[in-house]
Design a protein around this ligand. Structure first.
Ligand code: WT7
Length: 657
């Protein structure tokens, strides 16, 4: 048995840096690094000054109360309704500015100005109130990407009720579990949603869930796709019947800064999803500020975050953070490759998008589809690009920068989690000389460290565990109904620190690189090696489109590196064997011989969750020839059976030693 290593080794080297142009810096919201010093000297004072830019009914008495750690209270005693900062405050200055440019998958479009969105939210709040929704209640939302979705979230917030949005790609069972855990009173859904040319029958799926959710008394159904649905008398109501005739005004309910704003369920290491608790004041301040500084938002920006609102990225950076800044946001209903692979680039051209925020998994798909699709469109409106969700391979970053950003747009690689509520580690686009693949530095007002097993800070050039060392305004306030699990999951491994579950390294300049979840960290011959770094190395080879690396148990080395690789173009005849050999040598050269994969399997696709994360747990099972468990959260579970089959029947696909 290899000895327990002390920390995570940092092996991948990337030395390119990309400072912003003088032009970008001169008009950027943050153009001087002194903001780090100001915030560092007095973080609470810093956050307090940000809070002053939002609409409050009553000012707070205390910025932070950490006496009940790890349960934080921010802006204690403050009273507000977050919809007043999102909507009402803009009615004076720019009621006719678009809040959402919405585009349906079939090509239909809608513009909702701030005034119209305000009116819709008020009408819907009136309708929900009629159905019995009161301050403190929970409302479940299970919808596609239609404008009624952000309206429903804001209508709940207007009433002081909490929303629990369940991503429309989840099954009826997942929906029922989440409704029951939250004890939601009302469900807002759609008849269906367009995805890749077909209707996802949301109402029918909701009906299966509703058979097991006694807490739900009413269901509101948006007519979107026009497919047949069953309406249960007395329980189910068409949205247009209940909402359209309502008054277009409804006073916002005054809430405490620490009142529940929403629950959002996320998976953990056990099967039971965690209801992540986010409250009002601190979350509003955190999402407002990070949107503004990181996306450098100005009045005339057209911002587009491609995330579904069912994920936290959509909550914070399609709805709350962005609306509080009063800018225009694009919202797109459907698939990126419908009707063709250039849909996103067409949307950017049509709406003159200036700031674009997407995920590495999407970027890797674009690379695979080919440059011809972005090259069909004018992307010159873009001035800033963002990435979120997983470590972005340096090679992917370079493509994003060159082909989408035309080597003109800074890239912000933003690290955060459902639990953190908002972005925590990211470049600031006007001042950071970015490095392809690095999230760089904690934001002003945020404190993070990389530590080893014993909790000691690692030095530059070393890897370890990422921890957050001070509370922050957007942080989760707990797990719904399970305070012990909250303490145990996040605060027990390193006492006094929030442990995010991610590995990270500091490079020679002290900049931060994320290395993936620590359960994606392998132990090879006593070396802890990050799967992400080997993936970076593989993707830096010109033939590789996408790579997933896992550790499989190995009699001699503890764990061995197994790589699943999809290549660009066709692999002809016995070219596969030589390519595999070449890739192994490539990893050895780029990283180190100890990182050389024992096995490389060339495969046409990789198994992914619906949010686009590669399912490394499943690939580990495949690599270790274990029976495959539950694969229902996968986009396409046939991919994994195919890879499994390939692995069992074709050991020659890379098994050289
Ligand atoms: C996990 C959180 C935050 C919105 C989407 C995901 C990984 C997220 C990055 C990044 C490297 C990243 C981490 C994190 N992650 N952003 N920029 N670089 N890794 O939210 O589902 O709560 O997942 O996503 O592993 O812990 P989530």
């Amino acid at each position: 048995m290899a000895e327990q290593p002390h920390t995570i080794e940092a092996l991948f080297e990337e030395n390119r840096t990309f400072p912003p142009s003088a032009d970008f810096t001169s008009s950027a919201i943050v153009s001087s690094p002194t903001v780090y010093d100001e915030a560092g000297a007095d973080p609470e004072g810093f956050w307090e000054r940000q809070a002053e830019r939002l609409v409050w009914r009553r000012r707070w008495d205390q910025v932070l109360d950490w006496s009940g750690a790890p349960f934080a209270k921010w802006f204690v005693g403050g009273r507000l309704n977050v919809t007043e900062s999102c909507l009402d405050r803009h009615l004076g200055d720019h009621p006719d500015r678009a809040a959402y440019y919405w585009e349906g998958e079939p090509g239909d479009r809608k513009v909702l100005t701030y005034a119209q969105l305000h009116a819709e939210v008020c009408r819907l709040a009136n309708a929900l109130a009629e159905l019995g929704v009161e301050k403190g209640d929970r409302v479940a939302i299970y919808m596609g990407m239609v404008p009624e979705l952000p309206a429903a979230m804001l209508a709940c917030a207007r009433l002081g009720a909490a929303h629990s949005v369940v991503f429309g790609g989840f099954s009826a069972e997942s929906l029922a579990d989440r409704i029951n855990d939250a004890q939601a009173k009302v469900l807002v859904t759609c008849d269906g949603s367009w995805r890749a040319g077909s209707v996802v029958p949301l109402k029918a799926m909701a009906d299966d869930a509703l058979a097991h959710t006694p807490s739900i008394t009413s269901v509101l159904v948006v007519r979107r796709t026009g497919n047949d649905v069953t309406m249960v008398d007395g329980r189910d109501h068409w949205y247009h019947d209940r909402v359209d005739h309502q008054h277009a005004d409804r006073p916002a309910v005054e809430c405490d800064s620490e009142d529940l704003l929403y629950l959002l369920y996320t998976s953990g290491t056990t099967a039971k999803p965690k209801g992540i608790v986010h409250t009002t004041g601190g979350y509003a301040v955190h999402t407002y500020l990070t949107s503004k500084l990181i996306f450098d938002l100005k009045d005339d920006d057209v911002y587009w975050c491609t995330a579904d609102i069912g994920w936290v990225t959509g909550h914070s950076y399609v709805v709350y953070g962005i609306l509080q800044n009063g800018v225009t946001t694009v919202m797109y209903e459907g698939a990126p490759n419908y009707p063709e692979n250039d849909r996103f680039w067409k949307i950017i051209e049509d709406h003159r998008v200036t700031v674009f925020y997407t995920a590495p998994t999407a970027i890797r798909a674009f690379i695979k589809w080919g440059d011809e699709f972005p090259n069909r469109h004018k992307l010159d409106s873009l001035r800033l690009l963002g990435s979120v969700g997983e470590p972005i391979n340096p090679q992917t970053w370079m493509w994003y920068s060159a082909v989408i950003g035309k080597s003109r747009c800074p890239i912000v690689d933003t690290w955060w989690q459902t639990e953190t509520g908002g972005i925590m580690i990211s470049p600031l686009p006007g001042i950071t000389a970015t490095k392809p693949g690095a999230a760089m530095r904690p934001l002003p007002g945020i404190s993070a460290k990389v530590i080893d097993n014993d909790g000691n800070e690692v030095g530059n050039g070393e890897g370890g565990y990422l921890v957050l060392t001070e509370p922050w305004p957007g942080m989760l306030r707990g797990i719904w109904g399970d305070p012990e699990r909250y303490q145990e999951t996040y605060w027990s491994r390193f006492p006094g620190y929030y442990f995010a579950g991610d590995g990270a390294k500091l490079d020679d300049d002290g900049d931060l690189w994320l290395l993936g979840r620590v359960d994606d960290v392998m132990n090879v011959s006593g070396h802890r090696i990050s799967t992400a770094e080997i993936e970076h190395a593989l993707v830096s080879h010109p033939r590789v489109a996408e790579a997933a690396v896992v550790g499989a148990s190995d009699a001699t080395t503890g764990q061995a590196v197994v790589a699943f690789v999809t290549v660009k173009g066709q692999v002809e005849g016995d070219e596969g064997e030589s390519l595999v050999r070449e890739l192994r040598d490539h990893v050895a050269t780029v990283i180190s011989p100890i990182a050389k994969p024992r096995q490389i399997l060339l495969t046409p696709d990789l198994p992914k969750t619906r949010s686009g994360k590669i399912m490394r747990r499943l690939l580990r099972d495949v690599a270790e020839h274990r029976d495959l468990g539950d694969v229902t959260t996968l986009v396409d579970s046939s991919v994994v059976s195919m890879i499994d089959e390939q692995m069992r029947t074709n050991p020659a696909a890379g098994d050289e030693e």
